[in-house]
Design a protein around this ligand. Structure first.
Ligand code: MLT
Length: 300
């Protein structure tokens, strides 16, 4: 019998694939043999000696201490691609929100109603106040062309956008998934200098920490709109806030809020919603559970 500890809620669609005759699943401390986790931070977690594997229902593994795991022989799995569609759809939403000031308009309507105004009488005023550009015929830069970035790049073409992609580790599979109309550039500055919108889809590692710094932002077009559904740490907040202040960056839509960013103008921050769809939660849970089962039962 394997003891599995869940950190975070893992979709029952995945958990139900664990045969109760072989697995005891618990969300409390259990001297576990394996862990299923979503975004809970395990960086300081004191692993039990018998821990064999950790399976993350998600793509990023920056909440898991990989060095300690590798020293202790703990195998780590993730679920690349399982939530890619959910993230792609939210990126589209983020680009539109960052462009059309949907959030500002909705908040304004609420304020009118809260202050006792008959909102139907002030719609014209709101209509004039909240205006922003269309995506059509604008240029999108996609940094990172893996499972998510390639989907975003392809769908942006169907909106009539010109798409530039950059990925120094572009795999043959990923390259084959890309529409031939996407311009893949070797120099990221080429993307920076052309893009009206930039979306980033790379892992957070020591190498990518604060990769979007003052120098990178300075190489972008004035008025660029920047979308970050990857990880907050990839962007240097000081540089981003300074660029928002001068209007160099027109909007920053991030899935990684912090108190400094949220108060700033032209920042739209969501509570890490990229993968929050029932479909994606189920896909990730199924993949995370299947990998764990395969490893524990077959050693694969
Ligand atoms: C991911 O790394 O894929 C996301 O962080 C998943 C999630 O939101 O749990």
């Amino acid at each position: 019998m394997y003891r599995i500890r869940t950190f975070n809620k893992i979709s029952p669609v995945g958990l139900n694939r664990l045969d109760p005759a072989l697995y005891a699943v618990s969300d409390s401390e259990t001297d576990e043999d394996a862990i299923l986790v979503r975004s809970a931070k395990l960086l300081d977690y004191d692993f039990p000696k018998n821990l064999l594997a950790i399976s993350r229902a998600g793509a990023g593994v920056n909440n898991i201490p990989l060095d300690r795991c590798s020293e202790a022989g703990i195998v780590v799995f993730n679920t690349p691609g399982a939530n890619a569609n959910a993230v792609k759809e939210l990126v589209l939403c983020a680009m539109l929100m960052g462009s059309r000031d949907v959030d500002g308009g909705i908040q304004w309507v609420r304020q009118q109603v809260a202050s006792g105004v008959d909102v139907t009488t002030v719609v014209e005023k709101g209509k004039a106040a909240f205006i922003g550009p269309e995506l059509y015929k604008k240029t999108l830069g996609v940094i990172g062309l893996g499972a998510i970035g390639s989907l975003v790049a392809n769908i942006a073409l169907s909106l009539g956008m010109d798409v530039y992609g950059y990925d120094p580790f572009l795999s043959v599979d990923a390259a084959l998934r890309l529409d031939r109309h996407i311009h893949v550039v070797k120099d990221i500055n080429e993307l920076y200098k052309r893009a009206d919108y930039i979306t980033i889809h790379i892992h957070y590692t020591k190498d990518t920490e604060r990769m979007i710094d003052a120098k990178a932002i300075g190489a972008m077009k004035r008025g660029v709109r920047f979308i970050n559904l990857a990880r907050g740490e990839i962007v240097d907040d000081d540089a981003m806030l300074a660029a928002l202040d001068t209007g160099w960056v027109a909007a920053y839509v991030t899935d990684f809020p912090n108190n400094r960013l949220v108060g700033a103008p032209h920042v739209l921050a969501m509570p890490h919603l990229g993968a929050s769809t029932p479909e994606s939660e189920q896909n990730c849970a199924v993949m995370a559970v299947d990998q764990l089962r395969d490893y524990l039962e077959n050693g694969n």
